[in-house]
Design a protein around this ligand. Structure first.
Ligand SMILES: C[S@@+](CC[C@H](N)C(=O)[O-])C[C@H]1O[C@@H](n2cnc3c(N)ncnc32)[C@H](O)[C@@H]1O
Ligand SMILES: [Zn+2]
Length: 467
């Protein structure tokens, strides 16, 4: 072995890698969760599956799929790079999976378009955005197949460059605390828009915001009828530039029988009802459910099994994240408790008190896997502000006079707002205020996995004589 080579073991794969081929150890979580999801998906099929990995680099992911997912009959493991192809070939032999894996040297788009309606599972894990590969993937996957995609271009998806986000994903970003979920919904919007062009739709099974990237698992279903519903699952988002209130505006609505479509009534005010600051508009985003509850619950059950803990190195984190996902409300996006509290200049309300106040009023509230301080609720914004205002006024050192010298601020306007509620907020502890994943002390949110972590750079190559 030369100094340009490294040996690694991950899951059941033993790999010899050239340093010129891309390998990111931090993505082990991505590979582990993908193995768990594809295993879960395969169980629902009752047949062997054919997987296509379009951008395989070392082939590590495919080799793990071949060895760790039951009932995989065939994997086409593709990369455009010659060194990567050689690494895949060598490691397939080293791991003795030649009967399952066929290495392929091709442009992923060409490989997919030459094999329309071919694959049960397509996995795309590119540098940056998956967008250049989406149209081909939608055509190449079988009806009912599972599409697994990663995007690591969070500078675009996370809110900094709305013009680039629109150009790539067909929706603009917003600089809101909910940007991690908005990123997921922009990717899902792009997948759905591509699918409907081919008489197909997506059904998200699980959508994950992880470290520096997003990873979504969606079923692609052939259904010309369902493509019509797409406009009702797509919304613009209005975000208040003062107090961070947000509201969704669907592009279309449909009657109960799903036979008659109409434009939706405009619900976004130009100025915020609560703080009088302007609303900014973003999107459109995919606004239907981003997780399938049945799939997530079954996945969680499988992860609770003793053998799962042995199977995956990142098991603790998977169990924590999937538990939080299973508890998430199906409400698009989320608020940030610290941000709302700081808008009215009060120290952040303890989450148990806040949750109890909403639950005691008969509303639901949950965490989000996207952010430690985020919350989802079906409670209206005027109740959220009323609870926070009441909390602030209860604090012994809260000085409402500090707003007096300010001309107009979101905090001042909210504290002066006449809410319709007249009864006192009930902050008494509610039995559902503490989610089970928190009571159990699971690893709900991850610390940075290593120093200098991130998407990993493209390896620099020494040019060979003939290049
Ligand atoms: C981020 S790496 C993939 C990592 C891998 N999936 C894993 O889990 O370790 C991206 C790979 O895509 C390959 N690639 C880039 N453009 C491609 C294309 N058009 N067709 C096929 N492969 C491509 C690169 O050579 C690189 O190996
Ligand atoms: Zn506002």
């Amino acid at each position: 072995m030369t100094s340009e080579m490294q040996e690694i073991i991950e899951g059941q794969a033993k790999m010899t890698l050239e340093k010129s081929v891309f390998y990111n150890p931090v993505q082990e979580f991505n590979r582990d969760i993908s193995i768990a999801c594809i295993t879960q998906y395969q169980k629902t099929l009752n047949k062997d599956i054919h997987i296509f990995e379009g951008l395989s680099a070392t082939g590590l992911r495919s080799i793990r799929y071949a060895k760790e997912i039951p009932n995989v009959s065939k994997i086409t493991t593709n990369d455009l790079d010659k060194d990567a192809f050689k690494t895949i070939q060598e490691n397939v032999v080293k791991n003795n999976v030649q009967d399952i894996i066929t290495p392929s040297l091709n442009d992923a788009n060409v490989a997919m378009l030459q094999n329309k309606n071919m694959f049960d599972v397509i996995d795309l894990d590119p540098y940056g955005s998956v967008i250049p590969f989406v149209d081909a993937a939608i055509q190449s996957i079988k009806n009912g197949g599972l599409l697994c995609v990663t995007c690591t271009d969070m500078t675009v998806l996370g809110g900094s460059y709305l013009e680039t986000s629109y150009a790539k994903y067909g929706g603009t970003t917003l600089k809101g605390k909910f940007c991690h979920e908005m990123a997921l919904r922009l990717v899902l919007h792009a997948l759905e828009s591509s699918a409907t062009r081919y008489k197909r739709v997506i059904v998200p099974l699980m959508s994950c915001s992880i470290d520096f990237y997003v990873r979504v698992f969606v079923i692609v279903k052939e259904s010309p009828k369902d493509t019509k519903l797409s406009c009702t699952k797509t919304s613009m988002v209005g975000l208040c530039s003062g107090c961070h209130y947000y509201r969704l505006q669907p592009l279309g609505v449909v009657n109960e029988n799903r036979t008659k479509f109409s434009n939706s009534r405009c619900v976004l005010p130009s100025k915020c009802t609560f703080c009088d600051f302007p609303l900014h508009i973003g999107g459109p985003i995919y606004s239907a459910d981003i997780h399938n509850q049945e799939f997530v619950v079954n996945l969680l059950d499988a992860l609770k099994d003793e053998s799962s803990a042995q199977r995956f190195k990142t098991h603790k984190r998977m169990l924590g994240m999937v538990s939080v996902i299973s508890e998430e409300l199906n409400q698009p996006l989320y608020y940030d408790l610290s941000q709302l509290s700081s808008t009215i200049k009060v120290s952040t309300i303890p989450v148990m008190l806040f949750n109890s106040a909403l639950l005691n009023e008969g509303y639901k509230v949950s965490s989000t896997h996207c952010s430690k301080t985020g919350f989802k609720t079906d409670a209206p914004m005027d109740l959220i502000w009323y609870v926070l205002k009441s909390w602030a006024l209860k604090q012994p050192n809260y000085d409402i006079k500090k707003f007096e010298e300010q001309k107009s601020s979101p905090g001042k306007n909210i504290m002066n707002f006449n809410f319709i509620y007249d009864s006192e907020v009930n902050f008494e502890k509610h039995e559902l205020a503490n989610p089970s994943s928190r009571i159990k002390g699971l690893t709900r949110y991850q610390m940075n996995p290593t120093k200098n972590w991130g998407p990993g750079a493209k390896p620099t190559k020494k040019l060979k004589k003939d290049e």
